[in-house]
Design a protein around this ligand. Structure first.
Ligand code: ZN
Length: 495
């Protein structure tokens, strides 16, 4: 065995444990942190981010990787791991420790400000923090370097190799396809008033746990808690946690966030704990991550097969709310298509308009053509233009997502890319697994999960999103699978 390779693995493992500690601090901040502990937590997170950065950019680690690469045969798992880590480190080398520590400090404060702004329903509370974040991100893009658009440098962190110009093309084509589809049928609204009846918190909480169990989430290697914005966080493959939020008068809220985060968590639990810290045990990219959450959320969770099996259990759990609602009415209600304000609660067609709006705004904020002080107005205008709706307040507008307070610019596009990958993967799974829909309708989700484990999870980050997609489906990413799926499903529902 290549000794340098073993040394590389040992060092990366240690760095990944430090990242796990940093994630634990973040998890605690979003769930339990006392109000006055924000300043201390910001310092702690800044310190550990600096330490991780120092370990990763230590010239000794790069030297070990270079030596190991000399002894590794080309295009093996070893060489793929080494080359990917090498690329990551070269990217990190472009950022100095002061920048990394400052970023962590600003982000931690900014998250607090975002929460306060939401409580006051006032974007102005968050705006000065967002200005600092934009400035950070702009300088980060300069340090990383880019050829066409500064946003490319930021995108690369979440979706390696993706370019702004490429996304513009993909989104333009998708928007055209979606608008054409939405125009083919009159959106006679399905009655979904029962979804807004009173569903007690305890019942919803228990339902969430049960659905996660059905999906195959391992509670001995994870747990669920409540948070302002639902998320999945990984300390390593043996500790993958999810959060959800519950609205007692909106049954959509918990259900979709729970299945969505469950999809992310299954991916993380399916990565190899043994190779922790190296690309082989990491997610391929954020869009592949989103492909997993969107696949479970939409293709399973919003599908008729799943509810054929699960609906009687749901009715038993909420007898007074659902006794007069049959499974067809429930299916129609959970697939109601209607332009709405909140991205995370949007139907799977108009959802992408929310993403495209954020992409357009982020691009402009990063290239400087849009100022933070004009963001609210611009947001509201775009909601009118893309979705035809008025934004009544900041909570349901520009303050709804946590991402900008985390400094995550370039993240949103991965939601749409993930949905496109999800449709393409699900189509392949249907071909590969005999009677898959029948299994799903009898509550047997194991064949689908094993398929995902084998084709997606076990591959880690040994391949790029594009390579993985070609390996699994024999083709590059192609939006026709998503559009075909959407057309078949919604034509049946609305025509
Ligand atoms: Zn997600």
């Amino acid at each position: 065995m290549n000794n340098d390779y073993l040394e590389y693995k040992r060092k990366m493992h240690a760095i990944s444990d430090m990242s796990g500690i940093s994630s634990l601090l973040q998890w605690d901040q979003e769930i339990f942190l006392p109000a006055k502990a924000g300043e201390l937590r910001a310092r702690q997170m800044s310190l550990i981010s600096g330490m991780i950065h120092e370990q990763l950019t230590n010239p000794n680690l790069l030297a070990i990787i270079d030596r190991a690469l000399k002894n590794a045969t080309t295009d093996t798992i070893q060489s793929r791991n080494l080359n990917t880590s090498r690329k990551d480190i070269l990217r990190k080398n472009k950022l100095n420790r002061t920048h990394v520590e400052r970023s962590a400090l600003i982000i931690s404060h900014s998250y607090e400000a975002w929460e306060n702004a939401r409580k006051e329903n006032n974007f102005d509370v968050f705006a000065p923090h967002l200005e600092k974040i934009i400035e950070l991100k702009r300088s980060e893009a300069d340090m990383i370097g880019f050829e066409e658009h500064p946003y490319d440098a930021l995108l690369d962190e979440y979706e390696p190799g993706m370019k702004t110009s490429n996304l513009e093309r993909i989104f333009r084509q998708l928007r055209t396809g979606l608008n054409a589809l939405l125009n083919t049928f009159p959106l006679v609204q399905k009655d979904d008033r029962f979804m807004y009846h009173y569903f007690p918190k305890e019942g919803q909480w228990e339902l969430g746990l049960d659905v996660l169990r059905e999906m195959g989430y391992d509670f001995e290697r994870g747990r669920q808690d409540l948070s302002t914005h639902p998320f999945t966080i990984t300390f390593n493959a043996d500790d993958v946690r999810v959060t959800t939020r519950i609205d007692e008068n909106n049954f959509h809220e918990m259900l979709w966030s729970c299945i969505h985060e469950g999809g992310h968590a299954l991916y993380e639990q399916g990565l190899s704990a043994e190779h922790s810290g190296i690309p082989q045990s990491e997610a391929a990219s954020l869009s592949i991550h989103e492909s997993q959450s969107r696949l479970w959320e939409n293709h399973v969770g919003r599908g008729m097969s799943f509810w054929t099996g699960y609906y009687p259990k749901l009715q038993t759990r909420f007898p007074s709310q659902l006794k007069h609602v049959n499974v067809n009415q429930f299916y129609a209600a959970i697939n109601r298509v209607e332009p709405s304000l909140i991205r995370t609660n949007a139907d799977e067609l108009t959802y992408h308009m929310h993403v495209i709006i954020r992409f357009e705004l982020e691009k402009q904020l990063i290239d400087g053509s849009l100022k933070v002080r004009d963001l609210r107005e611009q947001w509201n205008e775009m909601y009118k233009k893309y979705l035809g709706i008025e934004v009544p307040d900041d909570m349901r507008g520009v303050l709804q997502d946590v991402h900008w307070s985390h400094g995550s610019f370039g993240y949103f596009p991965t939601y749409t890319l993930g949905s496109l990958y999800a449709a393409q993967f699900f189509n392949q799974a249907q071909k590969d697994i005999p009677e898959m829909e029948k299994h799903i309708s009898t509550g047997n989700l194991a064949p689908l999960l094993s398929w995902l484990r084998k084709h997606v999870h076990a591959q880690g980050r040994l391949y790029t999103s594009e390579e993985l997609c070609e390996q699994i489906t024999g083709e590059k990413l192609n939006d026709t699978y998503f559009l075909k799926y959407a057309q078949t499903k919604y034509t049946a529902l609305y025509l």
